[in-house]
Ligand binder design. Structure first.
Ligand SMILES: [Zn+2]
Length: 322
């Protein structure tokens, strides 16, 4: 019997719930190929006991984890990487070249996140972030591959949400692990099997032009499924790609309309994003009570508004930061 925290799919793919803030908010994907395992994203260090338990249930030993792959280094994806490397003695960390240095020396990464959350909240949500020995880090540039026991995984540089973002194409399942590049999609918002997907424009590297290019690059492989970190597998990809293009543009329009809103910008943009998503959800046929939808989307709307403000206010240096 599988744990409630694990969803098993075909081709040795599973989603382990990272238990980040709430159930089914963030997934850690597990790929198993003839007894050898790879994790894609790690949640935070608090997610790792659930990963260990899930591996045990599948009779996979900690020695059999060959790779810990990060789609990007935002801490809801990469915060547990140090703990993984401590517990999985044979694992290599695979990360975008722009993220590798920050994983070996996370001082700036931690300082950046602490300045947003404050030290107490940071420690509560993310715990300790441990540096990773550089000799165990594999940089994965655009179009590089790794081999998981004969199963080829292709890495594609896919900026838009972040400049240190790879999407990973698994030829075996003809599916992508898209991190945050193809948006987020909570299962609670499914209607008759159709998912609701929306972009994440969180700080500090949202780049709409790159986001459009990355969505088209993913679709050029005609994938069967996308496995999103928030939250796991979606189908109907041509439909969602079109809708993501429109929603990225709608986010940009909302930001631009609010550019003279001064100190009220966060509130103005958040309210506009909320009404945009509510309108789309009602068209989607979502019957959930308004309060429940607000609760599901609250933190994404806040982060998306912050990222759009950063994008508005930093037209020239947005490519320089991590
Ligand atoms: Zn992210």
């Amino acid at each position: 019997m599988s744990l409630p925290l694990v969803t098993d799919y075909e081709h040795g793919i599973s989603a382990i719930d990272a238990q980040f803030h709430r159930p089914k908010r963030a997934a850690i994907h597990l790929l198993v190929e003839k007894g050898m395992a790879a994790l894609i994203d790690t949640g935070t260090s608090f997610s790792i006991p659930g990963v260990i338990e899930s591996l045990k249930q599948k009779n996979i030993s900690t020695e059999d984890v060959a790779y810990v792959i990060l789609t990007h280094i935002h801490l809801d994806h990469a915060g547990g990487a140090g703990e993984c490397m401590r517990l999985f003695p044979n694992a290599k960390l695979v990360v975008h070249p722009r993220g590798a240095g920050h994983m070996a020396n996370p001082v700036r990464l931690v300082a950046g996140a602490m300045s947003v959350y404050g030290e107490v909240e940071f420690k509560r949500v993310y715990g300790e972030i441990h540096p990773i020995d550089a000799s165990r880090i594999i940089e994965a540039p655009d179009e590089s591959r790794i081999d998981l026991n004969g199963r080829s995984l292709l890495f594609l540089d896919t900026p838009g949400h972040a400049r240190h973002h790879n999407c990973i194409y698994d030829e075996r399942s003809r599916s992508f692990f898209t991190g945050d590049t193809f948006g987020v999609s909570y299962r609670e918002l499914d209607v008759n099997g159709l998912e609701f997907v929306f972009p994440t424009t969180s700080p500090v590297q949202f780049d709409p032009d790159a986001a459009h290019v990355s969505i088209d690059l993913i679709m050029s492989y005609k994938p069967h499924y996308a496995y999103l970190t928030h939250y796991s597998r979606i189908g109907h990809l041509p439909y969602h790609a079109e809708s993501m293009h429109k929603l990225v543009d709608a986010h940009v329009d909302i930001a631009q309309q609010a550019k003279d809103a001064g100190a009220d910008k966060q509130l103005v943009i958040s309210e506009a994003l909320k009404s945009l998503l509510m309108q789309k959800l009602s068209k989607h046929g979502c019957q959930l009570p308004q309060a429940e939808i607000n609760e599901l989307l609250r933190s994404d709307i806040k982060l998306n508004a912050q990222g759009l403000i950063y994008w508005l206010e930093h037209p020239t240096d947005r490519f320089k930061k991590i």
